[in-house]
Design a protein around this ligand. Structure first.
Ligand code: SF4
Ligand code: SF4
Ligand code: SF4
Length: 527
């Protein structure tokens, strides 16, 4: 058979006649994004995310790679700024009409980005081990935050628009203290050792948080503090009633179990200097708390007023290997903010030590904004109607397991079941798509919830038709179809029947191959 020769981005390719540009690109390992395309289905060219530029006879045009057959001598461009711009526009058009939150509002608002709805589902299912893993994934000292955090996440909780927000911090306290009382509380497994080490000056909330994340990255960590016991303001300024000493001590032991070393009773500027630390460590992080007047003058880093000057986003001082976070860089802040700065500084140091670009990578998150009452009602369908549970007193024992079960069940699960596994989200991040560029009035949120079955969210459907084709291939007795006209077209089962009735056999395949979170299983709600 005569093969067809073409070039893609200047690289020669030979493929069999009848193949598409997408197949030719895959043959040379070039990734062209697709949303509405699935190998075993015929192309619908509805998303146009796979656009490439075809150049011929001094002319050119954008064509969808998934549906364009190769021709002899074809010249294709895929990875140029112009093609990327066209793909970005295609994504922005899809997002202009997209109704969904990739992340729940509480998850976005938590300065440490705790996946709250995931933890609440685990609590509700009494999967305590999973719940502590979710908690420790994000929070460096969860039992301390479970007592002291000012819980900004609860201000953003959607349940609050109905009656009262979910008692997120109290649930956090229960999960963390349950675990901390175990003979061997759970710890994440750190990455392999990098053989790098970091000195952190200051053992308050920012310093301990930074240490937790640096240790998990496989770096060695030594915390230096001028006081005889670690904890900084947590030990000095918080009363025993609000934070019992055993909780702070056990949380610090957790860090030691991860490999943290302490050098206590040693003052910066006395026995040790920043310069001296740099001779023994690969980087230094200053988490000194509020500076005393004139304190910073001898540290050898530039100041902004009375505070240490850092570059926005990287926490780097005027000396490249020296970083700073917490109250020494800006006035006193909430505990959780200080810890999130410690974390961000740790991530920046990790990128610095790996020789990578230090600006954090951008993630994409679709947002619905304020909901109408009827939309909140659609969410409430799956939640426990009980009022917010309360503990017997502030600062005393945590919820009982039974209370926790009720409270976790009050969550509306505002996150998207596909987040982290959604191609629309992944490409929107990769191409820097702006969801608001073409946005007008959004469609109302609604979901078809089928007990024990599939959840369909029309607002996330990109009308690719993959589910319709898969149902046809599975020879579904009823199947699915497009119904309605113009802007009102949507996927539906014929004769006004439920989606789940149209997907007796192909349900799992449709959920797996739906390129967004429009189709999902409701199992996470326990229904
Ligand atoms: S379908 Fe994808 S883009 Fe939409 S909310 Fe879910 S994860 Fe985000
Ligand atoms: S209802 Fe649940 S998922 Fe939604 S914001 Fe509140 S805690 Fe988060
Ligand atoms: S529901 Fe069907 S048509 Fe809509 S995006 Fe998912 S697979 Fe495509």
């Amino acid at each position: 058979m005569n093969l067809i020769k073409l070039t893609i981005d200047g690289r020669p390719v030979e493929v069999e006649p009848g193949q598409t540009v997408l197949q030719a690109a895959r043959q040379i390992g070039l990734h062209i994004p697709t949303l509405c395309f699935l190998e075993k289905c015929s192309p619908s060219t509805s998303c146009l995310v796979c656009l490439v530029k075809w150049k011929f006879n001094g002319q050119s045009r954008m064509v969808p790679a998934c549906a364009t057959r190769v021709q002899p001598g074809m010249v294709i461009e895929s990875e140029t700024g112009e093609v990327h711009e066209a793909r970005r526009t295609a994504l922005e058009l899809l997002l202009s009409d997209h109704v969904g939150d990739c992340l729940s509002p509480c998850h976005r608002i938590c300065p440490l980005h705790l996946n709250i709805p995931e933890m609440l589902r685990q609590i509700q299912a009494e999967r305590w081990q999973d719940a502590i893993m979710t908690l420790r994934e994000a929070l460096p000292l969860p039992a301390v935050l479970g007592r002291l955090c000012h819980h900004p996440c609860e201000n953003g909780c959607r349940r609050g628009a109905w009656d009262q927000p979910a008692a997120i911090r109290d649930l956090e306290q229960l999960v963390a203290e349950r675990d901390l009382q175990a003979p061997e509380p759970w710890l994440p497994v750190p990455k392999a050792s990098t053989l790098k080490s970091i000195a952190i000056v200051g053992s308050g909330p920012a310093g301990l948080a930074a240490a937790y994340f640096l240790l998990r990255h496989g770096h060695g960590c030594t915390v230096v503090d001028r006081r005889p016991a670690p904890g900084g303001s947590l030990r000095r300024q918080v009363e025993e009633g609000a934070l019992p000493g055993w909780i702070l001590d056990r949380e610090i032991q957790q860090l030691e179990r991860l490999g943290l070393q302490f050098r206590l009773g040693v003052e910066l500027g006395g026995v040790i200097t920043v310069e001296g630390l740099l001779r023994g460590f690969d980087a230094v992080l200053l988490c000194l708390g509020e500076l005393r007047p004139g304190e910073a003058a001898s540290y050898g880093v530039a100041l902004a007023g009375a505070a240490l000057r850092i570059a926005p986003g990287t926490y780097q001082t005027s000396v490249p290997q020296v970083f700073a976070a917490g109250s020494a860089t800006r006035p006193a802040k909430h505990l959780v903010r200080a810890m999130s700065e410690g974390q961000a500084a740790a991530e920046s140091i990790d990128r610095f030590l790996a020789g990578q670009d230090q600006s954090p990578s951008k993630e994409f998150s679709s947002m619905m904004g304020r909901l109408e009452k009827s939309e909140v009602e659609a969410f409430l369908e799956l939640a426990n109607p009980a009022p917010r549970q309360s503990r017997t007193c502030e600062g005393c024992g945590a919820f009982t397991d039974a209370q926790a079960h009720v409270e976790a069940g009050r969550c509306l699960h505002c996150d998207c079941r596909a987040a982290g596994n959604c191609r629309l989200q992944a490409y929107a991040a990769a191409y820097g798509a702006d969801p608001n560029r073409f946005r007008e009035q959004r469609r109302p949120f609604c979901q078809d919830v089928q007990p024990g079955g599939i959840i369909f969210e029309p607002g996330k459907c990109i009308l690719c038709g993959i589910c319709i084709q898969l149902a046809e291939q599975a020879e579904e007795p009823l199947g699915l179809t497009f119904s309605g006209r113009g802007f009102d077209v949507r996927v539906a089962a014929p004769f006004h029947r439920a989606i789940v009735e149209g997907l007796q056999k192909a349900g799992a395949a449709c959920v797996e191959h739906c390129p967004t979170g429009a189709l999902s299983f409701g199992s996470k709600f326990g229904i």
